[in-house]
Design a protein around this ligand. Sequence first.
Ligand code: SF4
Length: 430
Amino acid sequence: MEMATLVINSGKCSWGKCIFCGYGKIYKKRTNRELTAILDDFFANLKDDSVVKIFGSGSFFDEKQIPKEIFEYFVNKCRENKISEIYVESRPQFITKEKILCLKETNAKINIAIGLESAGDKILKTINKGFKLRDFENAANLIHSLDCKVRAYLLVNLPVKNRNAELEKSVNYGLNYADSIVLINLLPHENSEIFDLWIKGEWNFLSKEEFFDITSKWKNNPKIELDVETFKFIPRFRDTKILDGVGEEFLTHPYFEVWQDYLQRWYKKPAGRESVLFLPCSAKKPYSESETHKKILNILSNLDKEKYKSVHQVMISNPGVIPREFENFYPLKSYNWDEKLENEFIKKRYIEVTKKRIIMYLQSQKYNEIFCFLKYTESYEALRLACEELNLDLKNLLKKETYKKMKEERKTSIVCEEALNDLREGMGEI
Ligand code: SF4
C-alpha cells in the first residue's frame, strides 16, 4: 500500500500560542483556487488504495483554514481515488460529528490526530496549549463513537520538572484514549518561546541518542511511533543585529554557544566529506565573498572533483567552528571581531574556549584526516592543542618557513602568493 503525505499550509492556526511552536504563528493566505490546485496536483499521481496523511499547522477541521468547499472537494477526491486510509490533524474544538461524518463519506479508515503533548492539565497550562485534558477526552470519545481512530502526539523533553516521569504518565494516559501515539522529539522551532529558553540556557534539546534512550522502553510497542526529527532542525534566529566586538561577551555569546551546541550534539557532516580542512575566518561575511576565501576557494575548486568533494571546509573563529554550509546563517554571517583590539587575556581565553569547542566538534564528527591552512596564531594553537589532546594527527598546509618569511616581510595576509603556493601544493598531496 502506498503512503502519500501532503503538507497543506493554509491560513493560520486558530490558537498559535503553544510555547514550542513557531508554525502556528505563520499566516499563509490561500485562495480556494490555490487549494483546489494543490489537491489536484497531490491526487494526480496517487494509486488506488493509498494511505493519505495530511499535515498542516493548526486544524484541518477549522473552516477558517480549510473552507467547507475545499474540505468537501478533498472528500470527493479521496472517494474517487479509492483512498484506503486517511490521517488528518485538528485541535479538539473543531472535531465535530458533522466533520467526521463528512470525512467518512470517503469510505476510508479515518484517523484523527490531536497534538495532546502531555497528559497533565498543569503542564498543558505551562506550555500554553489552550485546551485541557477534558477537551481531548471528549474529542476522543466522539471520534471513537463514530468508529474512527484517535492518534495522539506527545512531546518528549518538555521544560517541566520530572520530565521522564511525566512522559511515562502521558504515554499511559494516551494508551487509554488513543489508538496510536507518536512520541515527538521536541526541537526548538524558529520564532517559538522554547527557542528563547534554549538561548537562555533554561532548556536544551535532546540529541538523537538521548531521545532514543529515553523512549527505548516503548520502541517495540506497536501502538507507539518514535519521531526523532519532525522538521529539518537548524538554529534559525529572529534577531538580525550584528555582534560586533572583542571580549568574553563576543567569545561566549549565547547565540554562538547554541550554534556550537547544535554542531556538537545534532549536526552530522555531509556524507563523503572524509577529510577536514580548517580555515581562517574573514572580516567580510559571508566568508566566501571575502577576497581571502575567494582565493582559497579558487585553489580548492581546481582540485580533482572527487578530492574537492571529500574535503570539508570548516572555519575557526570567535563563534567557534563553522562548517562552510552554515556561513550564510545568522549570526555566523553577522559578527565582527577586530584582532587589533585583542589583549593577552582575551587571546588566552580564545585559545581555551576554541580548543574545547574543537575537541567537542571533532569527537562528534570523526574525520579520517585533519588539515588546516592557518597562520601560526591563536586559532591554530587552539586546533593544535585540541588534536594533541585527542591524539589526532594535524597538518598545517601553511609551512612554518613560509609563515616565518611572511612575518619577516611584514605580509599579514594568508593569501599572499607564497602561502597560496603552500595551499596548492598541500592540497595536491592530500
Ligand atoms: S502546536 Fe498546533 S495548536 Fe499549538 S500553536 Fe502550533 S499549530 Fe497551533
